[in-house]
Design a protein around this ligand. Structure first.
Ligand SMILES: Cc1cc2nc3c(=O)[nH]c(=O)nc-3n(C[C@H](O)[C@H](O)[C@H](O)COP(=O)(O)OP(=O)(O)OC[C@H]3O[C@@H](n4cnc5c(N)ncnc54)[C@H](O)[C@@H]3O)c2cc1C
Length: 243
């Protein structure tokens, strides 16, 4: 069956960090478009002739809603074609063509029986923001949820207020941040995210699942650490590779 395409119109653009923006858009469909938190959509952007040069995937950073609004959280990559398009040309009112939601980087259906550890850097947080909102706003029964987020500088922390408020409200939700390049004094972890789970989850347990999202170097290292160094089972690790 041919993929279904949707028209989206940008309704709001939020500066989330000096290099990251949140693009809120409304889908033109009459009925809310269903999707599962963790999925992504492919955008067909006016940045090339051939289909494969024009298509870029973005995780859905919000949950399905009556307003049919979706959100992408996009980092500006110097010289990247889609980055330049989103940061220099897209404005309120711009229309985008998006392929139907897709992907299997999702939580199990129904009650969540294991602890969840979400590992990400930068905009790799996007699918976790959707999953976390889904769990809390839809009252999905769950165990502990630990979000471990890494970025270079303090100014690059994404959705910080939202996650801190959740952590205050829900003792089973914790939010750790690692800053790899920040020179100013700070209270977060210094360095990469790996030190955090390597210490906290060093004693292997079967009642925890790891979800990892971001770019290849971080994912490769995290998967190797969990599988080879700590000896977790393959079935306890899921990842979404951005590139
Ligand atoms: C399933 C999926 C979901 C994705 N979700 C998101 C998302 O929610 N937010 C988001 O910002 N991006 C996301 N991406 C990445 C996105 O699709 C583009 O690759 C990204 O926007 C760069 O496109 P570009 O045209 O600007 O750069 P290009 O010109 O295509 O890329 C240039 C080079 O940089 C590498 N690269 C691309 N992005 C980064 C980066 N941020 N850091 C380091 N290296 C990089 C690429 O691998 C490539 O080698 C996702 C990718 C996939 C496959």
């Amino acid at each position: 069956m041919p993929a279904k395409w949707h028209q989206a119109k940008i309704t709001n653009i939020i500066d989330e960090s000096p290099t990251t923006k949140r693009f809120i858009m409304q889908l033109g469909d009459e009925e809310p478009v269903p999707f599962i938190p963790g999925q992504f959509m492919v955008a067909d952007l006016p940045i090339g002739e051939k289909r494969l040069n024009r298509w870029r995937s973005y995780s859905l950073a919000d949950i399905p809603n009556e307003k049919n609004e979706i959100e992408f959280c996009i980092v500006h990559l110097d010289g990247g074609k889609a980055s330049e398009y989103f940061f220099n040309e897209v404005k309120q009112g711009t229309s985008l063509k998006l392929k139907a939601p897709d992907g299997a980087f999702c939580l199990p259906e129904g009650p969540i029986e294991k602890d969840l550890v979400f590992l990400c850097t930068g905009t790799g947080v996007a699918p976790f923001r959707a999953m976390i909102k889904h769990i809390f706003e839809n009252d999905i029964p769950h165990k502990n949820i630990h979000l471990i987020f890494g970025t270079r500088f303090q100014e690059g922390i994404l959705y910080q207020e939202e996650f801190e408020q959740l952590a205050e409200k829900h003792p089973e939700f914790s939010f750790d941040i690692a800053l790899s390049k920040e020179e100013e004094e700070h209270d977060y972890f210094k360095g990469y995210i790996h030190q955090i789970y390597l210490e906290k989850y060093k004693d292997v347990r079967l009642d925890v699942d790891f979800y990892i999202c971001g770019w290849s170097q971080m994912i490769d290292e995290a998967v190797a650490n969990l599988l080879i160094k700590l000896k977790y089972e393959k079935t306890q690790i899921k990842y979404e590779l951005y590139g």
